[in-house]
Design a protein around this ligand. Structure first.
Ligand SMILES: *Cc1c(COP(=O)(O)O)cnc(C)c1O
Length: 406
């Protein structure tokens, strides 16, 4: 039985209940439902309001520095000896990753709703930093829930959040990682219904978050599409992006989903290999279930207990995945593959040495896939990869592994 009838357009989801085929939806406590419906009503108004769009465009241009460049990686292309490789350089954004695209959209929404307190969850700390940044910019107090383990692992980002005026609340339930932080943030939201806005950091969670975050991140793909047409006079043959919760990937993919000639690859964290539990490949090695308000592919055991994944990059360390990716996987529109820690580390070093760009460990996973694919493709073919974050936050991790005396 095919539960996912092929849609006329891959870009038309979700339906009014937030479903992408059998995925997505709104699995939340009854107390949260009025909040979710409020948010949805405001989002429905905002997304067609030219004032909202103008304000967001202005901030994207003057605060973040958009459009981010489309860069032809000439030396890397020569080194790999196949397809032409282009990067969408979202690592050049203010705060160093694509997270700011989403946070600016959501803080404008929070303001429209008259909310006076921002809460957020964070894993590696990139979304926490972006949330604290926009909260400072708009003069609102910000509380960031962060797993206690991550607080230790990601000390520089904790320090940045505090400098920006945010309060970081360590969460020690579970394994003290992103999943636990998200549970705690949802709990806070239920108890502070009137004044609080919950800023989710990826294209997951209950409807309308997956759609909303996708729309804010689609600026990546919309710009890249236009830039590519300008530079090459045609669309790329393949898009490649790293997938944690899936926001930067869906942001790149979505504007191209109906372009049949464009193949797409999402790269998950294969960690230390898919045999054991030390990976975070929810789509490749997981199964459908419900987590954080939506149905999607998850890493879970036979009893439905969520497993704690592993990745060298804390930003890919999420046992779920945005529901739209689950849908695109089952439809076969996007291919999802794992990349191991060691492969990502190698890619990190290659890019640093050939192009003088230190990437974050998350897009290093995407780059490792580029390294596999490009040599097998023709010199007249084009790969476009989302370089979604810079590596400043990762130099200590990498330095330690490489024995550089840090
Ligand atoms: C947070 C983060 C990710 C993972 O999140 P997505 O929602 O999958 O994009 C990937 N790369 C970087 C640089 C990040 O900061």
């Amino acid at each position: 039985m095919n539960q996912n009838p092929i849609p006329n357009s891959f870009r038309e989801g979700p339906d009014e209940d937030g479903r992408f085929g059998i995925f997505g939806g709104r699995f939340v406590a009854e107390t949260l439902m009025p909040l979710i419906l409020d948010l949805q009503a405001e989002w429905d108004k905002a997304k067609t309001d030219p004032t909202f769009k103008a304000e967001l465009d202005h901030l994207n241009t003057h605060y973040t520095g958009r459009p981010s460049p489309l860069y032809f990686a000439e030396r890397l292309t020569a080194e790999l000896g196949g397809a032409k490789i282009y990067f969408k350089r979202d690592e050049l954004n203010h705060t160093g990753s694509h997270k700011i695209n989403n946070c600016l959209g959501q803080i404008l929404l929070a303001k429209r709703m008259g909310k006076t307190r921002i809460i957020a969850e964070t894993g590696a700390g990139q979304h926490g930093v972006a949330s604290a940044t926009v909260a400072a910019r708009f003069g609102l107090p910000c509380i960031v829930y962060m797993g206690a383990t991550d607080v230790e692992r990601q000390a520089p980002n904790v320090f940045r959040m505090k400098l920006l005026g945010a309060e970081v609340r360590p969460v020690s339930s579970g394994h003290g990682t992103l999943k636990d932080a998200m549970n705690e943030a949802l709990r806070d939201w239920v108890t502070n219904v009137d004044d609080t806005y919950y800023m989710i950091g990826t294209a997951a969670g209950p409807h309308p978050y997956p759609e909303m975050v996708r729309e804010f991140q689609s600026v990546i793909g919309a710009e890249a599409r236009e830039q590519m047409l300008q530079v090459e006079g045609r669309l790329p043959d393949m898009l490649i992006a790293a997938v944690g919760g899936g926001s930067n990937a869906i942001g790149l993919f979505h504007p191209f989903l109906d372009d049949k000639s464009v193949r797409m690859v999402g790269v998950e964290a294969g960690g230390k290999g898919l045999d054991g539990n030390e990976h975070c490949a929810s789509l490749t090695a997981g199964s459908p279930g419900v987590l954080h308000g939506n149905r999607t592919y998850l890493l879970q055991d036979a009893d439905g207990q969520i497993k704690d994944g592993h990745s060298i990059s804390a930003g890919l360390d999420y046992p779920g995945i945005g529901p739209e990716h689950s849908w695109l996987k089952d439809l076969g529109r996007v291919e999802y593959v794992p990349i191991m820690d060691t492969e990502a580390l190698e890619a990190f070093q290659l890019l640093t040495r050939t192009e003088g760009i230190i990437p974050a460990l998350e897009p290093s996973h995407a780059l490792a896939e580029v390294m596999k694919r490009a040599p097998k493709m023709g010199k007249d073919e084009i790969i476009l990869m989302n370089l979604c974050g810079r590596g400043d936050k990762d130099i200590f991790t990498v330095g330690k592994i490489l024995g550089m005396g840090l």
